[in-house]
Design a protein around this ligand. Structure first.
Ligand code: APR
Length: 309
């Protein structure tokens, strides 16, 4: 158990992540920080009042400043705004980059040793902003995207095969967006290649649904985006770090030549432990997967060009 974990942004993803962190007792204190007065305090108090029922001793506190977050060992960043009608993708990138810049300056000042896990979108670009503004090494700025995309893919496969989600092993790499790269060649059901259990047409459909997983939820919710699975995904990454589990998870990391790519964040298999990013695993890819990863990384670079740091 750590002493303190902070979550910046007390919206749907941030508040749900705080609740999951507390219920798993991953830290003595979970601090929820947001710019809206009263909201982090109210949600934190409400969560703390569930502690006697859910039986956790983690204190959840809310704040509008970073004083209570000082010295956090891990900070989860979920601050941002959702795209509004009439807003271009580039406008959204710039707005969220400004928010993430402000947040990163505070993290640098109040939590200089923290490992930062970024959730705000567009994910790969917000990770870069965070690393640049905090000046933290890449081992301490990691993005959550692949775990979520992989969870969606695994859920759809489990449903199609009528088997336990626990028995589906898979990885979705690449940037977090339409260009993500589900690795069908590495997808197994308790070690059995999935291609032996599902025909290509069905698999293609599942891959396509995975790519559109975020949009499918927005289509239902209309005014918001997904948060149950995203919060579960970021907490799985935090748990791997807190418990020094050395888990191999698809994470957005700053690439320096791995997979022939450098100068951008992109989702690749990573080992997470108490030091944060402890290793990047370079696995063999088919020519098609390699090309798809390249395309995905280029899309990230294009979005980075919209932001001035
Ligand atoms: N500092 C702290 N919090 C901020 C700041 C800031 N500078 N600017 C905005 N926020 C807060 C908002 O007040 C809001 O409470 O961020 C929160 C965002 O919450 P929601 O709008 O509910 O969005 P959510 O669904 O939680 O998504 C957050 O995660 O998955 C991504 O695409 C998603 O980028 C989005 C982020």
């Amino acid at each position: 158990m750590l002493n303190k974990i902070s979550v910046v942004g007390a919206g749907n993803v941030g508040a749900t992540a705080a609740q999951r962190l507390a219920e798993k007792q991953l830290a003595r204190t979970v601090v929820l920080v947001d710019v809206i007065e009263g909201v982090p305090q109210g949600k934190a108090l409400d969560q703390w009042e569930s502690a006697p029922i859910e039986r956790f001793d983690t204190r959840v506190v809310g704040a509008n400043d970073y004083g209570p977050a000082a010295g956090s060992e891990i900070v989860v960043v979920t601050a941002g705004i959702a795209r509004k009608p009439g807003m271009s993708r580039d406008d959204l990138v710039r707005t969220n980059a400004d928010i993430v810049k402000q947040v990163s300056l505070q993290i640098k000042q109040f939590c200089p040793q923290a490992i930062v896990v970024v959730v705000s979108n567009p994910l790969d670009v917000m990770c870069w902003v965070t690393m640049h503004v905090t000046g933290f090494p890449r081992e301490r700025v990691i993005g959550m995207a692949g775990v979520l995309d992989t969870a969606r893919y695994r859920a759809f496969l489990a449903e199609a095969l009528d088997v336990s989600v626990e028995d589906i092993q898979a990885m979705v790499l690449g940037g977090h967006g339409d260009t993500m790269v589900p690795l069908v060649s590495y997808t197994t059901v308790s070690g059995i290649p999935v291609s032996q259990l599902l025909d290509k047409a069905k698999l293609d459909k599942i891959v396509e649904r995975t790519r559109n997983g975020g949009a499918e939820i927005v289509g239902y919710l209309k005014t918001g985006s997904a948060y149950y699975a995203p919060s579960a995904a970021v907490v799985q990454m935090v748990e791997a770090i807190v418990r020094d589990k050395k888990r191999i998870l698809p994470c957005a990391v700053w690439l320096q030549g791995e997979y022939g790519l450098s100068g951008m964040y992109c989702g690749v298999p990573a080992k997470l432990g108490r030091k944060g990013l402890e290793q990047i695993l370079e696995v063999e890819l088919t020519a098609q997967e390699r090309a798809a990863l390249q395309t995905s990384a280029e899309a990230v670079k294009q979005t980075m060009a919209a932001v001035k740091l």
